[in-house]
Design a binder for this molecule. Sequence first.
Ligand SMILES: O=c1ccn([C@@H]2O[C@H](COP(=O)(O)OP(=O)(O)O[C@H]3O[C@H](CO)[C@@H](O)[C@H](O)[C@H]3O)[C@@H](O)[C@H]2O)c(=O)[nH]1
Length: 333
Amino acid sequence: MSVLVLGGAGYIGSHAVYQLIDQGEEVVVIDNLQTGHQEAVHPNAQFYQGDIRDAAFLHNVFAQESIDAVIHFAANSLVGESMEKPLEYFDNNVYGTQVLLKAMVEHKIKHVVFSSTAATYGEPESVPITEMMRTEPTSTYGETKLTMEKLMKWTAQAHGISFVSLRYFNVAGARETAEIGEDHQPETHLIPIILQAALGQRNQVTIFGDDYDTPDGTCIRDYVHIEDLIEAHLLALNYLRTGGDSNIFNLGSNQGFSVKEMIETARTVTGKEIPAVIGERRAGDPSILIASSDKAMQVLGWNPRRTLIEQIMADAWNWHSKHSSGYRKVVEK
Ligand SMILES: O=c1ccn([C@@H]2O[C@H](COP(=O)(O)OP(=O)(O)O[C@H]3O[C@H](CO)[C@@H](O)[C@H](O)[C@H]3O)[C@@H](O)[C@H]2O)c(=O)[nH]1
């Protein structure tokens, strides 16, 4: 049987495919290559280019392949962009998931691991954030992911499907062997931006606000190494295949670093100056997001091992310095 990875050419999906293949799984990848890069797809995966909103296309893939489980990463995921294009986000993320679930029901596929986000919580009442806390997204992106979780919950209940939703905090780093890494277009994520500045591809990093209620005034985030994060997906797959009930888990490292601390860490790791200036706050940014991942540790047996921020930064730098233009030829200044 194969695992179907939807969005397997994106940053997180491509890392999942590599680890699944390392573990001896047969992998089928679907990606529309809108935000993914074909070079990121593992050469041993069976690749289909197409869109999950295309019901006939999905039906053909399910009919051709022997699939027992799906890992669903296929979604637009930029908070800022989602505020400008809400309909596009609901269409791709929510409607796409509806089409997927319909195909799963038709083809009797019983398990799905879902890529969710800390953005489902919005501004937290307190940190660390547990899965029991209120979900009140402050962005369209977070709202679409929460809606996708709800679609899954009700469909799963009615049709005997089991799902695990994994709410990621700030995913960072790259595969240690550096075949694949983090490259978004346009780039809005902090670590790639810092490292592009270290490579001289940007003149500086703009810190989005230094007047938050945090020790140095800049936003605090919980950065989790992508390889640890993907290990949780493999554990979730095993959990579902062995009869585990539908469930939701946070994935973070239970520690927070400010934007200033991240820039300082990058200066140490890269040995580069990395000029930084203070800019305006970015709309929709909560001041502090830190996960409690205790539930994933207890129920799934998750054991994140790459929790040193210097190591996360060093692995990101390893990929960026070897692929200085990402998956493209031209990098925007
Ligand atoms: O040029 C930049 C880019 C980012 N930041 C700040 O750096 C922090 C991290 O930003 P970013 O890397 O864009 O991540 P988040 O906005 O925290 O969102 C990430 O983490 C969320 C979960 O917490 C996911 O849902 C999102 O998909 C993912 O982009 C935030 O405080 C930003 O304001 C800057 O100061 N300057």
